[in-house]
Write a protein that binds this ligand. Structure first.
Ligand code: BGC
Length: 248
């Protein structure tokens, strides 16, 4: 039990949770997912997490990946959640109402931590960038394995707006883009990221990582690019891992 943490991943469309064994990075319970409530404001998201905690009959520490900038327990942005979250003390709020210690980290930082420890980033030195292509684009940046938090590369400005508005999986679906069309956009975006940071490796996560073979031929980027190995559990496992790390 002492290696177990309740990992929660708050996403744009679903909130999922499971008990994680952090010594092995494995789920040791069923994973349960509920739809992200509308509006995605503090009371509604808290209520969904409360349901998840109850469904797992959990009473120990909780770690939560959250789709926003999280600095010292405070939420500092709200691209895909309710604006009420801006400057909200999310860590203190969840801890108080869930009656246990809750650690909150950026969702993409969490997914990146899992991918670096157990997935494609394992033992890779230099700069590694993990990108989560979902409702938005989240990023994790690692320098010789150390996380540089809250990088927000989905908000690089391209085509006059945040790149995630054109390159996320939601943009692909909303505009009914073919893999070719979307792959070319992704390629432009990855070239920009690669030019700015010269990473040794870029790891693509999120739902589209499993379709990598459909668009990899359109990626013309001077950098090694691979799909994530951790798939859907990276956010949950990574949030739980962040609990044991001093800074994230
Ligand atoms: C948010 C990030 C988040 C990403 C993925 C972006 O819009 O600004 O904080 O990591 O979406 O959820």
């Amino acid at each position: 039990m002492e290696n177990q943490v309740f990992g929660v991943d708050v996403g744009g469309t679903g909130i999922k949770a499971a008990i994680v064994d952090i010594s092995e990075g494995k789920l040791v319970s069923e994973k349960i997912k509920y739809a992200t409530p509308e509006p995605k404001d503090p009371p509604a998201i808290l209520a969904t997490i409360q349901r998840l905690v109850k469904a797992h009959d959990w009473s120990g520490p909780i770690a939560c990946g959250f789709p926003a900038i999280i600095h010292e327990g405070i939420c500092r942005s709200a691209a895909n959640i309710h604006k009420d979250w801006i400057n909200y003390p999310v860590e203190a709020y969840l801890s108080e109402h869930l009656g246990t210690s809750v650690k909150v980290v950026n969702d993409a930082d969490a997914a990146g931590l899992a991918e670096m420890k157990y997935g494609m980033g394992k033992d890779v030195s230099g700069t590694v960038i993990t990108l989560t292509l979902g409702t938005g684009i989240g990023s994790g940046m690692f320098s010789d394995g150390q996380l540089v938090r809250n990088t927000e590369l989905g908000h690089l400005r391209m085509w006059g707006e945040s790149a995630e508005l054109r390159v996320s999986n939601r943009a692909r679906e909303r505009e009914s883009l073919t893999w070719h069309e979307w792959g070319q956009r992704l390629s432009d975006y990855l070239n920009h990221v690669s030019f700015l940071f010269t990473p040794s490796l870029i790891i693509l996560g999120g739902g589209v990582s499993k379709h990598f073979s459909e668009y990899k031929s359109y990626l013309d980027v001077n950098c090694h690019i691979v799909p994530a190995a951790m798939k859907n559990n990276a956010g949950i496992v990574g949030a739980a891992l962040a609990l044991g790390i001093k800074h994230p």
